[in-house]
Design a protein around this ligand. Structure first.
Ligand code: ADP
Length: 254
């Protein structure tokens, strides 16, 4: 494998007497879709926000492209893409104007239509965020992470709250972005999402890292341990039924 682009070493974050992140270490490599998985409260967002230099750690070391988060936070901010909360968007501006505004914050020139095309929103360039569906908002929020031409983007629960079609459409978008742009680090509590999207996943629970491997390898390890499912699983799920019945009417396919 190539050199790691993100290195996390014995990272800890303590809130009062809660160990939100309790001594985790891992590396992320160029071109990966890397997933941080775990139940609510596992410490995923805290870990992500520390790497993004948005939150102070209690102890440990984190490097992003060789930059140390303690000394080089400004340099790290220049080369990463982070999703903003949609409540932070100026309501009076349209999508094109918002992207130009964000590019201005990075002191860089962009072609907003090119970025909107990448997330399949070119036809919404003159629309306001409040006029978008949930899936379109998420796609726009991914577009905002791309304005500074980042080397790595961070997506925190990118498909939470979306209907199945919008989720699958977003999965395809995330794969497209990885292929054409960058490395992606995401958090999710959806196992199907992690299995479909991620090259490797780190499973967190109660602040600790309890597994780190490719989805395939993790499943193989479980099966080698003699695991058997209690009952047969049907070849389709209710979600497949829903998508087959409703077609692509809710979200355009990418
Ligand atoms: P996840 O993203 O996996 O759901 P979080 O990183 O948000 O988990 O939270 C991990 C733990 O840290 C939880 O127990 C949460 O309550 C706690 N926590 C997160 N942020 C704060 C904060 N600002 N103050 C106090 N406790 C916090």
């Amino acid at each position: 494998m190539s050199e790691p682009i993100i290195e996390v070493l014995d990272l800890q974050k303590r809130y009062g007497n809660v160990d939100a992140v309790n001594g985790i270490s891992f590396s992320i490599y160029h071109g990966e879709i890397f997933g941080l998985l775990g139940p609510n409260g596992a410490g995923k967002t805290t870990t992500l926000e520390i790497i993004e230099t948005l939150k102070e750690k209690t102890s440990g070391a984190v490097k992003v492209y060789g930059y140390n988060i303690d000394r080089d936070a400004a340099a790290i901010k220049q080369i990463i893409g982070v999703q903003l909360q949609s409540s932070g968007y100026y309501p009076g501006l349209n999508l094109e104007q918002l992207l130009e505004l964000f590019a201005g914050l990075y002191n860089t020139q962009i072609n907003p239509l090119q970025i909107l095309s990448l997330v399949n929103l070119a036809d919404k360039a003159k629309a306001k965020v409040k006029e978008l569906s949930g899936g379109q908002r998420q796609r726009f929020s991914i577009a905002t992470t791309l304005v500074n031409n980042p080397k790595v983007i961070f997506l925190d629960e990118p498909t939470t709250g979306l209907d199945p079609q919008a989720r699958r459409s977003l999965w395809e978008l995330i794969r497209t972005i990885r292929a054409s742009v960058t490395t992606i680090v995401l958090t999710t509590h959806y196992m199907d999402e992690a299995e479909y999207l991620c090259d490797r996943i780190a499973i967190m629970d109660q602040g600790r890292l309890i597994a780190l491997d490719s989805p395939d390898a993790l499943i193989d390890q479980l099966l080698q341990g003699g695991f058997e499912r209690k009952k047969d699983v049907k070849a389709a799920t209710l979600e497949d039924v829903f998508i087959a019945l409703t077609g692509h009417s809710l979200e355009p396919a990418l």
